[in-house]
Design a protein around this ligand. Structure first.
Ligand code: S3P
Length: 163
């Protein structure tokens, strides 16, 4: 098996769906944010504060490189599509599935979240970020799965059909 990379905006369910999918496939689950926190021994907000978004993005690309030899379900951070080369790293040994979720659903799920520096800003900026990224997720994705109003079980079923 190759890696299955889940991409999508913050709050689209990459981690919760990813864990269930990994269990159901009998492979390990890796979350790139947790991996980066473990390697750096720093929280995501601390990395953003100390090294800026660019610093965080380079940790993220390093993590993808290091994880590229695994056979796992990998939940990526919402900004993985900001670096075009990340697509090549993931495509080398995996398939990329975009979990698409509407902005309204995401807003309800996340509300206020201080652990996500790029969500922790004005509504207009959140919305602009979401709109700007939409086409990028589609450019990266081999498959798109609609997640709104679906139970995790249904999503797992749909994911298993496409992978
Ligand atoms: C980010 C999303 C976060 C995390 C960081 C930056 C982004 O991951 O990587 O806060 O740029 O959208 P989640 O998508 O898991 O929230």
């Amino acid at each position: 098996m190759m890696n299955i990379y889940l991409i999508g905006f913050m709050g689209s369910g990459k981690s919760s769906v990813g864990k269930e999918l990994a269990t159901s496939l009998g492979v390990s689950f890796i979350d790139t944010d947790s991996y980066i926190e473990e390697v750096t021994q720093k929280s995501i907000p601390a990395i953003f504060a100390e090294q800026g978004e660019d610093g965080f993005r380079s940790h993220e690309s390093d993590a993808l490189e290091r994880l590229s030899t695994k056979e796992a379900v990998i939940a990526t951070g919402g900004g993985i599509i900001e670096i075009p080369e990340n697509k090549d790293i993931m495509t080398k040994n995996g398939i990329i599935v975009y979990l698409h979720t509407n902005f309204e659903t995401i807003s309800k799920r996340l509300q206020e979240d201080e652990n996500r520096p790029l969500w922790n800003q004005d509504l207009d900026k959140r919305k602009a970020l979401y709109e700007r990224r939409l086409p990028l997720y589609r450019q990266f994705a081999h498959y798109v799965v609609e997640t709104d109003d679906k139970e995790v079980e249904t999503l797992i079923h749909e994911l298993k059909e496409v992978i």
